[in-house]
Ligand binder design. Structure first.
Ligand code: KG4
Ligand code: ZN
Length: 351
């Protein structure tokens, strides 16, 4: 259990393209959480534009702070510490949250806490829950795919990770090549419900290390199969025939989304369970943006029920899967990286 004395933590997350602020009590209870998404600004470019992201954080941060204080009906006086993500992430974006938290800490003479973004995703599982280590955590986000043995709140071992694309990145790329827009994960997730997962047989990487992942081959296979199938669609002509091509394209997109999602979910699920069995850990948690995926959540939940108590499945609550500041508050309480206000932001690290 943490020795952090900070009862109420004001937490900021600005590592990528969400400006988020939350107030979290005792690392678990979310008193208020605000997220300003930048999706609409970046979607026209098909991905995140780092400089635009940093500028939008600067525009949004004060409003987000004010909104969270209003929602909680609190003022800065009731905060015990100020936390922020120091990395990994986009440096220009990280600096906005870091400077804001440091300034608030300085002017109130209260502690500053820096956290690691990946560990904050792991800690999202503590929010509004009584989960305690040990557990195996499958961390699946836009930048990372990892299997982590969480031995204690601050004691973690990296057991495996992706050798190329992160799973969220693969979702985004597959969505882009099918013309589904950005961010791709939720679009593929929604569309896959309408498709048939048996339409395309896609490859699963076989790696020497059973707990490592690889998704670039799958992504390339999707690109090839989609292009081939698209060429076979009825020709694009005027009026009615044009309509029939559109219908056929929608069906193809849905079938490809379902086939891709099935392959990804089975790979993630099987490796995670294998890992939990190997290390004899009976609690499995999932974290990161892709933990919002409906098929992945269901696969794990069904397994938990079918195992009749042998395995406990833990998933972050809705709103705490993709980037948010509440998880930063949980991490600052249970697993702080630093309390040194001079600490710098960083773009890369395992955890
Ligand atoms: O954790 P996150 O918000 O940011 C990073 O730390 O990267 O994760 C974002 C990633 C994106 O790649 C996004 O497409 C994916 O999570 N994602 C999803 C879903 N919602 C978000 N992927 C699959 N299904 C979803 N429902
Ligand atoms: Zn994240």
């Amino acid at each position: 259990m943490s020795t952090q004395p900070y009862k109420k933590i004001l937490a900021i997350e600005s590592s990528c393209d969400d400006t988020a602020v939350a107030i979290v009590e005792h690392g678990r209870r979310v008193l208020g959480s605000v997220i300003y998404s930048q999706d609409s600004a970046h979607s026209q470019y098909g991905g995140i534009v780092p400089e635009a992201a940093a500028r939008l954080h600067i525009q949004g941060i004060n409003g987000a702070l004010q909104q969270v204080f209003d929602r909680c009906d609190m003022t800065i006086d009731s905060i015990d510490a100020f936390a922020t993500t120091l990395g990994p992430g986009l440096v220009g974006s990280l600096l906005v949250g870091a400077n804001t938290a440091k300034t608030l800490s300085f002017i109130t003479d209260k502690p500053f806490v820096g956290v690691n973004h990946l560990r904050a995703h792991v800690a999202s599982n503590y929010l509004e829950s009584d989960l305690e280590p040990p557990f195996i955590c499958l961390l699946v986000s836009g930048g990372h795919t990892q299997l982590i043995l969480v031995k204690g709140y601050t004691d973690m071992v990296l057991l495996g990770q992706t050798r190329d694309d992160a799973v969220g990145e693969a979702y985004d790329k597959v969505a882009r090549l099918m013309g589904l827009g950005y961010p791709g994960g939720p679009a593929v997730d929604r569309l896959s419900v309408k498709g048939d997962a048996r339409s395309f047989t896609l490859p699963r990487a076989r790696l020497s290390d059973p707990f490592d992942f690889s998704f670039s081959g799958l992504k390339t296979a999707v690109a090839r199969a989609f292009q081939k199938a698209e060429e076979l669609l009825p020709a694009d002509r005027e009026t009615e025939e044009n309509g029939s091509r559109q219908v056929a394209l929608k069906e193809l997109q849905a079938n490809m989304a379902a086939s891709f999602q099935y392959t990804v979910v089975e790979t993630l699920f099987k490796k995670t369970v294998q890992c939990a069995e190997f290390y004899q850990i009976s609690t499995i948690a999932v974290a990161g943006g892709v933990s919002a995926n409906q098929a992945l959540r269901k696969r794990f939940q069904d397994f938990g029920i079918q195992s009749e108590g042998r395995y406990h499945i833990h998933l972050p609550k809705a709103g705490y899967c993709t980037d948010n500041a509440a998880m930063v508050g949980a991490c600052a309480y249970f697993d702080p990286l630093t309390t040194d206000i001079r600490e710098e932001v960083f773009s890369r690290s395992a955890f």
